[in-house]
Design a protein around this ligand. Structure first.
Ligand code: AHR
Length: 503
């Protein structure tokens, strides 16, 4: 099988915002307790933060972490998780017990240790605009008010300066605690956003202003999509900086063509982004506005939906959503990353959902080891090297049919970082046979190949386990020669590939 990929440095899509390498920690299952926080674990520091987990998060290259939910946030009172007396509560979102030992102050401290920026979600379910304002006051106001002084009393003299604020979570979902229709949410989000802006004393477009994320559709399968997005934007446009998107994909063994349907996920994600981008553009035009709203794809991942969601009820930190990721998952995951990169003009933040134990690239044993799942690797390479800008690619290859439509067997993104003089090619071969690909990169100058790694294998269901942690890892391939800006590469059947060139 033969294919050609042409990329030109002048055909820029957009600058890659570092925040597209974000992730997400929710009070759900063992993400917080036994995940990032486990006092008494041999690797825990004095605050109970697992250093072994922090080390892997640093290796993964995560830039920003969304917290504390997710569905959890729509029933959360942030006051329960601060100060000396913590309140144990029922968490209705996940039918669990929440001890609130870990709350806002612990999260802020943890972010510092992990070298990530915080992104806080506020409760738009049971919560009010006033609750959101008071959390902002607690976090960001220097001193001299009730909540800022309370933060100081609780040990943090300096304000946290949290910049990214999600105004609720998946408010279009009927599973959401006190979910709303689009107009009711739009009005509530607008009132909340205004109050946060007044407290921040900066307009939406001002340098250093809060970045407010409005809830967009939580999937393109929702019956209210894309009208939900239009309506909430019409209410909030001038105060919004980003509109959220969420989407998970799973392998469905019962479908007629399970593999093809799963491999088509990246194209579905691309189409979803294109439609939301157009909706934003429509509202901007309608409002005769000069203000830009971007996309925060703040929940995306592979999620099989087969691991337990709620049972057993009413215990603390149950084993929920502990998906085991396979080579097959890593291939689709790589395509989803390409979809984000290929929309770098509009996707300015993205959070892999989630980070530890819950549909996560990192797993932990209670009191024991830590593990990199197969999906850890495509993320790690993109976060480390997918910097600068994405350029358009012209791909000539064979196609395959799937439930989302017709897709290329070669799924690619090409990034260019002028600062480090690096060009990267992220390529998924979705064909069941090898592909010989001619990479045409002559506009970048005199390139030489610094690295070529590949994830492939005969067993698509292979996964890493605590006993065999390196079953699915990238393997180094021979570097390829570049002549007159052209490189010929061979991609193994059903493989994820990363090539790095320098000039
Ligand atoms: O990430 C798991 C859950 O998926 C989140 O809590 C929710 O926002 C989404 O439905």
């Amino acid at each position: 099988m033969r294919a050609t990929v042409f990329a030109d440095k002048h055909m820029k899509i957009g600058e890659i915002h570092p925040n597209i390498y974000g992730s997400f920690i929710e009070h759900l299952g063992r993400a917080v307790y036994e995940g990032i926080y486990e006092p008494g674990h041999p690797a825990a520091d004095k605050d109970g933060f697992r250093r072994d987990v922090i080390e892997l998060i640093k290796e993964l290259g995560v830039t920003i972490v969304r917290y504390p939910g997710g569905n959890f946030v729509s029933g959360y009172d942030w006051r329960d998780g601060i100060g000396k007396e913590r309140k144990t509560r029922l968490d209705l979102a996940w039918a669990s017990i929440e001890s609130n030992e870990f709350g806002t102050d612990e999260f802020m401290k943890w972010c510092k240790q992990a070298g990530v920026a915080p992104m806080l979600a506020v409760n738009m379910g049971t919560g009010t605009p006033k609750d959101a304002l008071e959390l902002l006051e607690y976090c960001n106001h220097p001193s001299g008010t009730y909540y800022s002084d309370l933060r100081r009393k609780n040990g943090s003299e300096q304000p946290y300066g949290v910049k990214y604020w999600c105004i609720g979570n998946e408010m279009d979902g009927d599973w959401q605690i006190c979910g709303l229709d689009a107009d009711s949410y739009g009005r509530k989000a607008m009132q909340t956003a205004r109050m946060l802006r007044w407290a921040d004393a900066k307009r939406a477009d001002e340098e250093g202003a809060l970045q407010l994320v409005i809830c967009g559709s939580c999937s393109c399968d929702m019956p209210s999509y894309p009208e939900w997005d239009r309506k909430v934007l019409e209410h909030t446009y001038e105060e919004a900086n980003l509109l959220s998107m969420h989407r998970y994909y799973g392998y469905d063994a019962s479908s007629k063509n399970p593999l093809e349907d799963f491999l088509g996920s990246a194209d579905n994600m691309s189409g979803f982004i294109d439609a939301v981008k157009s909706t934003i553009h429509y509202v901007r035009t309608l409002k005769r506005s000069r203000h830009n709203v971007y996309i925060s794809f703040d929940e995306w991942n592979i999620w099989s939906q087969s691991a337990p969601r709620t049972a057993p009820n009413w215990i603390k930190a149950p084993h929920l959503l502990e998906d085991v990721y396979t080579l097959r998952d890593a291939l689709v995951f790589g395509g989803l990353m390409n979809a984000l990169l290929n929309h770098s003009d509009v996707v300015k933040c993205a959070c892999l959902a989630q980070l530890v134990n819950v549909i996560a690239p990192i797993m932990t044993e209670k009191g024991g080891k830590v593990l990199r799942q197969s999906t850890f690797y495509p993320f790690r390479y993109a976060a480390k090297y997918g910097r600068g800008e994405t350029v358009r690619t012209i791909v000539d290859c064979e196609k395959f049919e799937n439930r989302h439509g017709t897709a290329n067997t070669l799924n690619v993104s090409v990034t260019h970082d002028a600062q480090s003089r690096t060009v990267c090619v992220f390529a998924c071969n979705y064909a069941q046979s090898a592909q010989d690909v001619a990479l045409e990169l002559r506009s970048f100058g005199d390139l030489s190949c610094a690295e070529f790694v590949q994830m492939s294998g005969n067993d698509l269901s292979a996964a890493n386990t605590f006993d065999a942690p390196d079953k699915v890892t990238p393997q180094a391939c021979d570097r390829v020669a570049v002549r007159d800006g052209k490189a010929n590469i061979r991609l193994a059947p059903l493989s994820w590939n990363f090539l790095r060139f320098t000039y």
